[in-house]
Design a protein around this ligand. Sequence first.
Ligand SMILES: [Zn+2]
Length: 392
Amino acid sequence: MAWYRRSKLGFDAISSYFTSKLTSPKSTIRNSNQLSKLTCSAYYPLKVSKVSVDRSLNSRLYATSNRYYYVDSRQVRHFKPRGYRRWFDNPKNVFIAVLVGFGIGLTVYFGNVETIPYTKRRHLVLLSKNLERTIGESRFKNMKVGLKGKILHAMHPESVRVRLISKDIIEALQRGLKKEQGKNEVLNDMWVDQSREKGKEKGGKSATGHLEGLNWEVLIVNDHVVNAFCLPGGKIVVFTGLLEHFRTDEEIATIIGHEVAHAVARHAAEQITKNLWFTIGQLILYQFVMPDLVNTMSNLLLKLPFSRRMEIEADYIGLLLMASAGYDPRVAPKVFEKLGQVSGDSALRDYLSTHPSGKRRSKLLSEASVMHEAVAIYREAMVGREIDGFFL
Ligand SMILES: [Zn+2]
């Protein structure tokens, strides 16, 4: 409710400003109506005292509407503010307010902090699972309408192919969510390593509730744009422009695995939480022109770019997913390098604006211990052994 109080204060200040315009020193009082406007001004107490000679006309207004001073029963003026301002004059009250605020903050934080599967990073997500899902589904629905005529038929060979690869990845994800792996691997990337160690020490359970009962859908859009994403709620969208640049199944599996990993780690909901003030501001602005709250939210919020840390996280989780699905994870670094090489291509800009790629990312991924882990999973998958619980 802090934002509400702030906007209320802002509104009070603006209304006071306009009221003060009405009661400039040159103006004369013509009727009691004007007098009431003048006495309501919060920022011109001296002017009020000038006109207070007419107190007999409206003594009740004089005694009750000025915020800067008031007259007590002995007709003594007090310049102390009244109401909540007066309440905050007492340091004890301020201390209590800070303490209560801190307590609420802690409750909200610990009530909404979650552990991401595999990396064990703990992040704050204020968006409920249902709202996140609704936002994703709403955006997907809007996209279907917006891209009408461009969506490939479900039986189109490209549609069938991408859908089968996505199916492999999703099944690998569902197997991977079954149980926790006992191994305690060491990774090259410091923060992932530390985060996993810490997570295991604390015994924190990874948050996977948002992945249960999802109705996964795959949409292939016939457009030269090189882009792909996975909306919350299990909605995968791939543009044919991407398929033109990345032709092998392994390459497509790398991209889909990475996008699905963003959904696994609830990165969109985390971004929304991080940009809460921006979000609220935008919503207040937009609600005057777009009353449909969920549509507005989904259109605005799912455009927020992910951070570099989130990208690395999605790379790692995606690598394990593709390996478990039976796609060689050693292809992944080459895919990200290729994405970096073709960065001059304007069609790629959409994807690269949110997915920084290049040699560095490729090198990091190929050197990380997660690659050894992924290759081991891939080999087991290839000999037909069931892989489960690999990243919890
Ligand atoms: Zn990404």
